[in-house]
Design a protein around this ligand. Sequence first.
Ligand SMILES: Nc1ncnc2c1ncn2[C@@H]1O[C@H](COP(=O)(O)OP(=O)(O)OP(=O)(O)O)[C@@H](O)[C@H]1O
Ligand SMILES: [Mg+2]
Length: 506
Amino acid sequence: MDTVKPLPELEVVNMTKRFGNLVALDRVTMKVKPGTVHALLGENGAGKSTLVKCIMGFYQPTKGEVVIDKRSRQIDSPRDAHKYGIGMVYQHFTSVPAMTVAENLVLSRYDQTNFIDWKQESEHLTEFMAASPFQVPLDVPVAQLAAGQKQKLEILKQIYLQSRILILDEPTSVLTPQEADEVLGLLRKEVAAGKLSILLISHKFREVMAFSDEISVLRKGRLAGNGLVEDLKISDLAEMMMGEKREFPKIEKIVTSYGKPVLQIKNVCANQDNGLPAVKSISLTVNSGEIVGIAGISGNGQKELLEVLSGQRLATSGEILVNGEIYRATREEMFRHQVFSLPEEPLRNACVPNMSVAENMALRTFDRPPQSQGGFLISGAIRNAAKKLIKTFSVHTLSPETPIANLSGGNIQRAVLARELSSEKIELLIAANPCFGLDFGAVDFIHRSIIEARNRGVAVLLVSEDLDELMKLCDRIFVISEGKLVYESAIAEADLNIIGQRMAGL
Ligand SMILES: Nc1ncnc2c1ncn2[C@@H]1O[C@H](COP(=O)(O)OP(=O)(O)OP(=O)(O)O)[C@@H](O)[C@H]1O
Ligand SMILES: [Mg+2]
């Protein structure tokens, strides 16, 4: 790797970006000094992704410029950005699932010729992987990688492309705390060695304080503050992000005597895509009015279990009962038993990206009155219902007609949550990492909504990689490791040390 060439200096000067009437960025100026980690903070919708997409040539700024090594540059595409040594890891995965890690790396290159000498490439890749800050198996299809490994691959891709300034948009939302520390620690070493500069978007104060040198904060599209990490406290950052001090009153769990069993999972087994067992005879019950958590490091069968519960994967044996009846997660059964879910990566798993916010919010109910009558969709009813939800769940969107894919990551999450939690009759909620990528105000809101649902008697199954979240919300907690439940405890008696050991397979 070329360490002799000095790292480029990246500045954004007076950048403004409008989408129609919406001002997503308003005269933002900031500088990423060579050989530093610069963190970019801000609430959901503050403009962080828009700023970096303007740098990458993905969007054209309405006004202002990108300055690299003191010269204003025209960047029309990510390919142009790459010419200046800038590479980005996006909030969503970009690798091709059916291809192997090696194929994805080779195909990511910009200097592609039609002919690929696989023998030579494979030697080269093995060398590259050995010298990389972290490793991912080269010959495995990306579809079989756990979320954490996929994210590592996205970062490795940029190092493989010899990017000198790495832009990371919430790179650790899919990593466990240990994985996140590992990845950021290793990248930090590359920065210290003068090989990289990093612009890091993150919602996690702990990470930002531990791994960055300098911080800029955006609020509603404007630069709200900036400074060196050693001069800033977390409370300063929170205030810059929110504008004023906001209090989050604690929400109390109402003590309930356990209700009836709503979800019963009985000896369920399921395979991965490659036919190997992923879920190995799991049994658990979730009663009405309780939150049952499953902790575990990603890739230990959670994904497959959730897919079985949502009808996207067939169990190889065992059965699932909801309200005492066999349940296969058909649309009709979901409606009859009022089962709702908050899946991971909601834009991909729970939305139709090109449809509007209102239409996406209606996906559950569009074929029933008042939104549909005699086979006709009543667009006024759909719009009104959406307007209400947008207000109650504070979804930041230009209008109900905006395509949902245009919303910021956190606001997509809120829109899906609004749809899933708004039904009055909801009986069972299945949530997977529901706070992935959300700012702390939104996290509080979602935690509150889940506890309120529980207090109303909803049975909640919460699968999460965030132990703090589980300890805060759950009434009972399990640990999943290699497809089996290896720990169970009421939350009051749960032992964090043992949970950590069980998660690590000890
Ligand atoms: N292509 C687009 N068309 C219309 N509006 C957009 C588009 N992209 C972003 N916006 C709007 O610009 C604002 C800033 O969004 P952005 O994605 O930059 O936020 P963010 O700070 O990255 O938030 P998050 O933490 O939720 O990812 C939001 O109000 C969003 O709805
Ligand atoms: Mg974003």
